[in-house]
Design a protein around this ligand. Sequence first.
Ligand code: PLP
Length: 389
Amino acid sequence: MTERIYLDWNATSPLRPEARAAMIAALDEVGNPSSVHREGRTARHLVEQARERVAALVRAEPRNVVFTSGGTEANMMALTPALETSGTRFDRLMVSSVEHASVRAGGGFPTHQVEAIPVTADGVVDIGALERRLNELQRQGLRPPLVSIMAANNETGVIQPIKAAAAIVHAAGGLLHVDAVQAVGRIPFDINESDADLMTVSAHKLGGPQGVGALIRRSAALHFAEPLLRGGGQERGARAGTENVAGIAGFGAAAACAMATMTADGERMRAMRDRLEAGLANGPTVVFGQNAERLPNTSLFAAHGLRAETALINLDLGGFAVSSGSACSSGKVTASHVLAAMGVPDKLSSGAIRLSIGPSTGESEINLFLEAWMKLLAGLSKRKRGLAA
Ligand code: PLP
């Protein structure tokens, strides 16, 4: 069997050994965190310790962290008309046109109340357009919206100007939710510094388990009038249901590790990503969002004439796990809404391949990938010449 090279860390990252150990220890405990006996208190301690660790990673207050079943649920929970600071309901949601599907779905807002904010050709949210639209709403005497902008894009890695967006949204009286799933654990993100009102985090993008995440508030004054899951009073009434203790413990351990290693890991990944892109520059390959500030681990690129399906299958057979830039949740590659929003023609975007690396990705893996990519391109130009002959 060919040795596998995993270059798809934005889809999910390998479980950190520390997270695995914390999960196994938690699985051996019997208590329900809501029980008052000793077993229950032990389970409660694991949950609260994890809450502190996740909070510390983004400098939030632990009491403002609500554990969920992942990033999707946290996004769903945040995007509700019944998100209240002073009893007012939202009747409009604005989301950037490059958001993850779980944000674009609009949460609890009906479709006609969801508006898209455009991005530039580099994939950066058009802050000017956002400001003009918010001013227009104000002039028309309409209520300020809830706005959702991601911290970093899952396909391109492009980092969004969250602080600038927060200033504009707050000046208009709105609230800002930030899907920080791809950013947290890879680049520093401080909820107070960013001025985001709410943020979403997912454990499995930072070396924790799949199926656990959190919605984090900057201030406890913000509350959810109609929680998605009602019943027991878990998570201070924000999300009912017995906590996923082992998953949460793994999330906490992964968060603590990410906090300790983020700077050094970031430098290492950036060096590898730059090596990859320097190699790609030797062929007719276009890298998307390259002029914008990006996550250190992500590169999205395409070569004219090479379809993503063809490249993915060939690379998989050659031992490489990479992704197409576009969504393929059902195993079928569809056009990337991110590249469409950036104005990339379908013909080119249908070939987009995303490489997302991790701290353990080494030079040899990058070199082997480049070799395989160049071989694919050589095969393509041979076929083209054959057709022309
Ligand atoms: N938001 C972004 C930007 C993502 O990349 C993802 C996962 O790919 C999610 C949200 C969903 O997170 P989860 O897989 O934990 O539901």
